[in-house]
Design a protein around this ligand. Structure first.
Ligand code: BG6
Length: 519
């Protein structure tokens, strides 16, 4: 499929025996991993590729090639990589077969000759595995190397002209795409010298999660929601992404430069916001969907410094207890400066300035070292207009219907509503209807990276972030970061194992709401 297609749609289908439904099979290709010895490759990419191979979705004509600094033989590289799979008992039996397709290429990102050698190697792999010249380059490296790698891929002729009708080359760019608006524009300019938008796959693994895709299915595969999915019926929306983890594995070095706003808000939470708030797209093609996603971000408020101070709360954890274990403060973590002012928590209140959502408060809350690992979205509907029942509280969130979308863990959805308590009195009690993935569908949903890697190989960009989305998101976030800097707004302390600084409560109480206790 030529990359000149603006809206490539997966075309290769075969019949899966398990469900009697067509499953998607990858086109022949070589997957080149930059950052082959890194954490992401170990934890996510290799297991995902191995599982795709095991399930037959990666047809036999594939190879995986790690680009690494170390001068390893293919066998040595396979030994190193075997540990990534060892803990995945379901797929480890497939490893010997997968390892036959695994190779290494020695080189450094700044050395053009390494890329020329890579090209020779790739041509030889094409001969051996019938991979037809198709190339997926995955940039799982430090972001500082993205532009350099793309340039050397371009210079060595590894990126085909976008309008070619022959084999394809596609580049997957990991997050973060820049660290503010200016750097994102610069990175975009640098890589656009060599790549078109149709060849660029900016990955955000949240979009690969089944439960995130299910937001669209819930909204557009049903009729009950759409008529109430607006400011006339929705009172508020809460997005919660809470984590119990801190800075394990030396992650502080990266995180201390990023903070919660760059690490979670600019990307994952904005994607969730887009999915919940977008207008119905004409179809589910990549550009229809992404056109609507970007319109949501264009409706974000334009805040002055006072608005930022009033609507955003930054926090940083101090020592505390999480899951029964004592944990150190953020500033005592490895690779974090003792006087760091990076936020590990962010709560925010915003409204979208558009027809559907004007005036509906939208709350974000995310943080490390919170009491529970949960990602969920709570949509609170407006209360009934009059209290007909005993003790029916028509204040705050009591008595209101809630739809809770549980993104993870315990994936599913619940609708909370009022029912009459049996007996002669007219009393109400909140009850709920539940849907859970585990009790409904066989087996766990596929890992996000599996789905996304297959999408790249099939040329489907629907679940990848287009540059205008990235830039609109940075515009909003950069304004907040600049205000923090100019107004010297420092993070407020919260003890690890609590739900963040108490100041974050006020974002809601002034609207008559409160944070919903996660399920
Ligand atoms: C990553 C962030 O993008 O997402 C991490 O860099 C975070 O800090 C992770 O822990 C969360 O992903 P998930 O899938 O566990 O919610």
């Amino acid at each position: 499929m030529p990359d000149s297609d603006t809206n490539p749609v997966p075309t290769t289908l075969s019949m899966s025996t398990t469900e009697g439904l067509p499953s998607r099979i990858a086109e022949p290709c070589v997957i080149v991993l930059f950052g082959a010895t890194g954490d992401l490759t170990h934890r996510k990419l290799l297991p995902a590729l191995c599982r795709l191979a095991q399930s037959g979705q990666l047809a036999n004509q594939y190879a995986v090639l790690g680009f690494a600094r170390r001068d390893w033989t293919h066998d040595r590289f396979r030994e190193e990589m075997a540990s990534s799979i060892a803990s995945h008992s379901v797929i480890s039996g497939h490893w010997p077969e997968f390892a036959r397709h695994l190779f290494v290429s020695q080189g450094t990102f700044d050395d053009l000759a390494s890329f020329e050698a890579l090209k020779v190697q790739l041509d030889a792999i094409d001969q051996e595995f019938g991979t037809k010249g198709n190339r997926l380059f995955y940039l799982a490296t430090a972001p500082e190397s993205f532009a350099q790698i793309v340039e050397n891929l371009g210079r060595s002729g590894l990126i085909y002209p976008a309008n070619s009708t022959g084999p394809w080359s596609r580049v997957v760019v990991e997050k973060p795409f820049g660290h503010d608006t200016q750097s994102a524009i610069q990175l975009h300019e640098d890589i656009s010298k060599w790549l078109t938008e149709a060849q660029t796959y900016r990955i955000d693994h949240y979009l690969g999660k089944e439960t995130v895709q299910n937001i669209l299915a819930l909204r557009f595969g049903n009729t009950v929601w759409e008529s109430i999915w607006n400011r006339s019926h929705v009172a508020s929306i809460q997005f919660l992404v809470s984590e119990t983890v801190g800075m394990s594995g030396g992650r502080g070095a990266f995180y201390d430069q990023a903070g919660a706003i760059r690490d979670m808000v600019q990307n994952h939470m904005m994607q969730l916001l887009g999915m919940i708030c977008l207008e119905p797209p004409g179809d589910l093609s990549a550009d229809s969907l992404r056109n609507e996603m970007v319109k949501v971000l264009q409706a974000l408020p334009k805040w002055n410094p006072e608005d930022v101070a009033q609507n955003v709360v930054r926090g940083q954890y101090t020592a505390g207890v999480v899951d029964g274990e004592e944990v150190p403060s953020y500033t005592a973590e490895r690779n974090v400066g003792p006087h760091s002012t990076t936020e590990t928590y962010l709560a925010m209140r915003l409204t979208l300035e558009n027809w559907r959502w004007a005036g509906v408060p939208i709350y974000f809350r995310t943080g490390k070292r919170l009491p529970k690992r949960t990602t969920e979205i709570a949509i609170q509907f407006r209360r009934p207009p009059a209290a007909l029942y005993e003790a029916q509280n028509l204040h705050g969130d009591q008595g209101a219907n809630h739809l809770i979308l549980r993104i993870q863990p315990d994936e599913g959805a619940s609708l909370f509503f009022q029912a009459k308590v049996p007996g002669s009195r007219r009393r109400l009690q909140e009850v709920h209807m539940d849907f859970g993935y585990s009790g409904t569908f066989a087996g766990p949903p596929p890992e996000a990276y599996e789905r996304l890697l297959l999408d790249v190989i099939l040329g489907d960009q629907s679940l990848f972030t287009r540059i205008d989305f990235v830039l609109n998101s940075w515009k909003f976030v950069t304004n907040i970061m600049k205000t923090w800097e100019s107004q010297e707004i420092k993070p407020l302390p919260y003890a690890a194992g609590t739900w963040g600084p108490t100041e974050s409560e006020q974002l809601l109480t002034r609207d008559g709401f409160r944070w919903r206790k996660p399920s």
